[in-house]
Design a protein around this ligand. Structure first.
Ligand code: F6P
Length: 464
């Protein structure tokens, strides 16, 4: 294999450049050329196919910096519909014209869903990315536990449901233990929780902090490092009576409460509290925008104004209970050491998989209690259920204690290998050296896009 393509698809993460760096560095060693496809699959729908050569003469271009968040080749949520054979053929022929013999998609579960039809046209592998940590399996047989149930309100008259698990959950059996981007997202959310605490303490308030993760509670679980009082995850509907009792107890004791909630939390009927409007993004995912606000309304109604007046801590529940979203800061900025290191290793593994002829495979990060972390190839189809669908991984319920509303002992055991040494000394040193540099005041921001633009080449000349 002499020339491969690489693209980043879906929402960005802080570790995308690290994955690309790992892939290109390994490709240099193996004397493989790497072509970056601009803005994910969007590039392949454009007849001009904008692309950039990432390793001329088998040297990384200087713009490829693994410590910089985002992706130098751009990303989009465009995807190729696996049912549109003409589109797939067109994309394959464009890749062929570029001389590309294999493709690395850096993406999440949506990208993995569309991998098979590509893999039927040219060798294609996936290097995972997602801050949500939802690309993977809690154990290898997890896809077999999905069934279809009739549902007249669903698009095709049915929806997928997870049946009761009959598998013993064991950390060593997790497929893709953590995804690149997850550790940094937790670093940001846990820091946010820590910071909001002191203002809640000073002003005797109840803070509800909403973190990302869609229907998966891994970011919420990891945010426990910021020491919130209560953590709510999408996988387990909160017992509202218990929640209110706990909030009141804590407020009485410490005059402030900090709650972390995943954006996908549901009520007892399984309805998403945050999906106030049924809007979807281009990949068909429901846009979750109001979990913390919905929870706030419930607490305001259930606790009532009197409670706060009695404590002489404000006039109303509305005043005392506030919400904050950590938002897109979770997805941006410099990746911490754990992400940089393993993202690069997974990128490198993706190149090896292609060179070894492993088509339709994923480079996964595995964990073993005695061996520690290691990367390996995993057949993409082993992520699929019997109908061929890949489901986003949910946090295994054994990682959470619904009574304590915190991680269980197993949940802590899950988190510690990732986070104990996740921050490198250089991560903090970088902030110390760069944040208040005088040049930040006087110099305009220099976007990487400006530099990469000068390197972009096209398959066809522009038609006017
Ligand atoms: O999948 C990553 C993610 O950040 C989710 O956690 C979040 O729900 C969503 O993407 C936000 O998407 P957008 O950036 O399109 O608003």
């Amino acid at each position: 294999m002499k020339r491969i393509g690489i693209l980043t698809a879906g929402g960005d993460t802080p570790a995308l450049n690290a994955t690309i760096h790992g892939a290109v560095t390994r490709a240099n060693q193996l004397k493989v050329e790497v072509v970056g496809l601009i803005k994910g699959f969007n590039c392949l729908f454009n007849p001009r196919v904008p692309h950039v050569h990432l390793n001329p003469l088998y040297q990384n271009i200087p713009e490829l910096d693994p410590t910089k968040g985002g992706t130098l080749i751009g990303s989009s949520r465009d995807f190729v519909d696996p049912n549109k054979k003409d589109d797939l053929d067109m994309v394959a022929s464009r890749l062929q014209k570029l001389g590309i013999e294999g493709l690395i998609c850096i993406g999440g579960d949506g990208t993995l869903n569309g991998l098979q039809p590509f893999a039927e046209r040219l060798p294609t592998v996936l290097a995972p990315k997602t801050i949500d940590n939802d690309l993977g399996l809690n154990y290898p047989s997890e896809p077999d536990e999905y069934v279809r149930v009739n549902d007249a309100t669903a698009k095709h008259g049915f929806r997928y449901k997870r049946t009761e698990s009959h598998t013993q959950f064991d950390l060593n059996s997790i497929v893709n233990y953590a995804t690149p981007g997850y550790a940094t997202a937790v670093f940001v959310s846990a820091s946010g929780v820590e910071r909001i605490r002191t203002t809640a303490e000073s002003h005797r308030r109840i803070a509800i902090i909403e973190v990302m993760g869609r229907h998966s509670g891994y970011i919420a679980l990891g945010s426990t490092y910021g020491q919130p009082d209560i953590v709510l995850v999408p996988e387990i509907a909160p017992d509202l009576e218990l929640l209110v009792a706990r909030v009141k107890h804590l407020y009485d004791l410490q005059k402030n409460v900090v709650i972390v909630c995943g954006e996908g939390i549901v009520d007892e009927q399984g309805r998403e509290l945050g999906a106030e409007t049924k809007s979807t993004d281009p990949a068909g995912n429901v846009v979750l925008s109001g979990a913390s606000e919905a929870l706030r309304s419930k607490l305001i109604q259930m606790i009532g104004d009197k409670f706060f007046q009695l404590y002489r801590r404000g006039e109303s529940a509305k005043e005392a209970i506030f919400t904050r979203k950590v938002g897109h800061t979770q997805r941006g900025g410099r990746p911490i050491l754990f992400d940089r290191f393993y993202a690069a290793a997974q990128g490198a593994k993706a190149v090896e998989l292609l060179v070894e002829g492993r088509n339709n495979a994923v480079s996964v990060l595995q964990y073993n209690t005695t061996k520690g972390f290691f990367v390996e190839g995993y057949d993409a189809n082993r992520f699929r259920d019997r109908w061929g669908l890949i489901h986003a991984r949910k946090m295994h319920p054994a990682l959470y204690d619904p009574k304590l509303m915190k991680p269980s002992k197993l949940g802590m055991d899950y988190l510690m290998p990732i986070f104990t040494d996740a921050i490198g000394e250089d991560d903090m040193e970088h902030t110390r050296r760069t944040l208040f540099a005088a040049g930040n005041l006087s110099q305009p921001y220099h976007s990487i896009n400006t530099d990469v633009h000068k390197r972009i080449r096209y398959l066809q000349a522009e038609t006017v």
